[in-house]
Every structure is written in C-alpha cells, then in structure tokens.
Design a protein around this ligand. Structure first.
Ligand code: C6P
Length: 417
C-alpha cells in the first residue's frame, strides 16, 4: 500500500504544479493521466524556459565565435557538462560526451572502441532483455568483424541468469559485457555492481545502458567502476535530442573518433588531420546546444527534488500499482516483484490485445504505451507479441493508478469479459 511518505513528506502536488502539460484536460472533467514515462518524461517549466531563454537571449554557436553571444552560449553549454559530471560523479568533465541519446551513445562505443578492439574469436556478452539499441549496433559490427555475441537468458522471475554470465566469463574470451541497468519492459533492476566486478576480473569492459536508471536513482560512475555509461536526457525531464556517453578517460583517449567534422579536430591538412582533446574529439559539428542547456536545468530540478525522494516515491507508486493491477481478472504483469523493480509495469489482459488496451485507456485520458517497446527478443522470450506498459515518474499519484485500474475494468466490460 501507499505509505504516508508519499502524501506528507513528498509533496507530489507541488511537483505536478511545475509541469505545465499536466494541467491539461483530456476532455471535460477528465484529466490527462500520463503513464508513458519510460518512453519520454514530461518537462518542468524551468527546462522549457531555459530553452526559450537561450533562443530569445543568447542564441549562438559554441566554441567558435569570440563575440559575446557565442561566449555566453559556450559557457552555458559547458556549464551543462559540469552539471552532468557532478550528477553521475564522473572524475572529469572530459569524460562527459554529449550525444543525441542512449542510442547514439551505444553506437559511438560500438563504432569507435568496438571497431578498434573487437575481432573474430572475441566474445561480447549482451542480454535477452536489452532494448534494440543495445543489440543491433553490436550485430552490425559483428557481421563485419566476425566476433560472437552471447545473450544472457532471462529467468522466469524476470531477472538475469547470472550463472550463465559467470560461465561464459570464465570459459570464453569476453572483451565486453553490455547490459541495461533497468529494463524498460520488466522493470528489472540488474545487479550491475556485481556484473562489473565479475567482468573486470577477466579483463572485460562493461557498458551500461542507463536510459531507465539515471532518471530514477542516484548513479555514481566512479563507485560503480563502470567503463561506459549511456543515457538519454529526454527520459529525465530534459529535451529530446540530448544524451550522454560517460567513458573512462583513458579509454576515451585511446579511442579513435567516430564522426569527423568541425570542432573535433586540432588541425586539418589535405594530407591528414589531428584530433581535438576530450570531450570535443567526439562532438563533431554544431552540437545540440539548447538541448544540452535544457538537460542541465533538468538535472538542477532532479537534484532539487532529490533522487532519493524520487526513488522512494516511485517505489511507493509501483508497489501500489502492482497491488491494484492484481485486482483485474486475467491480467498478467511481467517481471520481478516490486522490491526488484523500477517504476514500470508491462502487462497483458487475457482476451484483449495490448493495442486495444492502450486505445481504450487513451479514450479515458490515460496514456500508456503498447507494443514490443523496442525489445522484440524479450517479447519472444515471454511468448507474447505485445504488452501494454504503464510507467511512472515523480509526478504520478495513487489517484492516477486508481484511474488506470478503473479504465482497465471498463476495457474488460467493453470486450464483454
Ligand atoms: N526506450 C521506451 O519506450 P533513446 O531512444 O536513444 O533515447 O533511448 C533508447 C533506449 C535505450 N535503452 C533503454 C533501456 C530504453 O528504454 C530506451 C528507450 C523507450 O521504452 C523508447 S523505445
């Protein structure tokens, strides 16, 4: 059940008032209930205003001009990098690369570190629960380089088969373990500390896809000793087109650049070029300036509310949601129990296709996602084509969970179940 903490110490109504979109009504007397936060989060006014201010007051390119506007833009852009560094406790701002999101961050590692270091005979370990963005880049590279990808299976309780992982690590020449921190479907919180320690013992590097963890829990990349950590700004109250790749400095220094162009060079001659220092070596072309600045403001907002408070609020909400979802006849929730799960509930209802569920919920103002959530191998493992998914964040309330449950009962009635 929901604890007192949610209603007293954590002022969810005050949080909600910071998000203009949440004031929207779906129709007369029917409020918008936004439960698609794993796809993208809503944005607080402070982030929207920061982007607006950049374009209204100091729009200019960064690292190029010596005029006042360019200096202002450069300083705001680099300030955002410092905020990211502090947020995940990286040792240096040189380890923070701005990208367009998790997908680009993972592709960057595959196309630079992977292209330079992986060859036929090597093994990369991924998992069956990965988002396509942590499967396909490795498959593309494996087709060219000839290395093998092993996928850690998912156990019936929705957790990873760590015995399998241990076995492959001990018997095969593993160069990289690449896995998600929190599943966008099952909600499973993977024991990445344990995985990193085991991988490092055999000399393998670890890339963590933090798309669904960074928005929701405190991350300390130095304490984790993780080699690469990828995440997206738009799932953590920031703008779309903002993202980060953290990499240990020595690794990034040794990696060749990926995209070539402006800002990533030190000198260019027709006979060849040399590269700029970190992090610019990996930021070719005009970056997403407004987006990075917006991400910095999102980090300010999350920090002000407190990741620990947000995490606890979400634990309360998902616990309550899982209790209440059990009341709906024929409903199956996939993934582990609330104590091992992020604020994500993917489910099916016997007799109703997931897309129909999403459509019926939408008709009552409740936004959820339906489909394979870019995790087709996981859905194949679950033996379902599609699931409906409710995903929660810092502004969701128990009353919104109640609205979801009522709408699910109504959906069953519509289908005469
Ligand atoms: N998942 C979802 O609805 P991008 O698109 O690059 O910002 O993030 C990709 C990504 C990578 N890893 C995980 C675990 C993710 O959840 C996502 C994005 C969204 O589940 C959109 S498919």
């Amino acid at each position: 059940m929901i604890t007192a903490r949610t209603t007293t110490e954590y002022d969810v109504e005050a949080v909600r008032s910071d998000f203009p979109i949440l004031r929207q009504m779906h129709s007369d007397n029917v409020p918008l209930v936004y439960l698609d936060n794993a796809a993208t989060s809503q944005k607080p006014a402070s982030v929207i205003e920061a982007i607006d201010t950049y374009y209204r007051e100091y729009n200019a390119n960064v690292h190029r001009g010596i005029h006042k506007l360019s200096e202002q833009a450069t300083s705001a852009y680099e300030e955002a990098r410092l905020k990211v560094r502090k947020f995940i406790n990286a040792a240096s701002k040189r380890e923070i690369l701005f990208t367009r999101g998790t997908t680009e961050s993972i592709n960057l590692v595959a196309q630079t570190w992977g292209r330079a270091n992986l060859k036929a005979g090597d093994v990369v370990i991924s998992t069956v629960m990965e988002h396509h963005s942590n499967i396909v880049p490795w498959q593309i590279l494996a087709a060219e380089k000839g290395f093998t990808i092993r996928y850690v299976p998912v156990l019936p309780d929705g957790t990873l088969d760590l015995d399998y992982l241990g076995e492959v690590l001990s018997k095969e020449p593993v160069k990289l373990v690449t896995l998600m921190h929190v599943s966008n479907v099952l909600g499973t919180i993977n024991p990445i500390e344990d995985v990193i320690a085991k991988a490092h013992k055999v000399g393998a590097l670890v890339l963590v896809d933090g798309a669904q963890s960074v928005p929701h829990m405190t991350i300390d990349v130095q304490a984790l000793d993780v080699d690469f950590f990828a995440f997206s700004g738009h799932k953590m109250l920031g703008p779309t087109g903002s993202g980060v790749l953290y990499g240990k400095r020595a690794l990034l220094e040794a990696m060749p650049p990926w995209m070539g162009g402006g800002d990533m060079i030190s000198s260019v001659k027709l006979t060849g070029s040399t590269w700029n220092d970190l992090p610019y070596k990996f930021e070719a072309g005009t970056p997403a300036i407004a987006e990075a600045i917006g991400l910095g403001y999102a980090i300010d907002y999350l920090t002000q509310i407190g990741l620990a408070n947000i995490h606890q609020h979400e634990r309360d909400i998902i616990g309550y949601a899982l209790d209440r979802l059990r009341e709906v006849p024929g409903l199956t929730v996939y993934g582990p129990t609330a104590d091992q799960k992020g604020a994500v509930a993917a489910f099916t209802v016997e007799g109703i296709h997931a897309h129909d569920i999403a459509q019926l919920l939408d008709s009552e103002g409740i936004a959820v996602r339906a489909g394979h959530h870019c995790a087709m191998p996981l859905h194949e493992h679950l033996h379902v084509n599609a699931t409906a998914r409710a995903s929660f964040y810092l502004y969701n309330t128990p009353a919104e969970v109640d609205a979801l449950i009522t709408a699910l009962h109504n959906a069953r009635k519509t289908f005469q179940l």
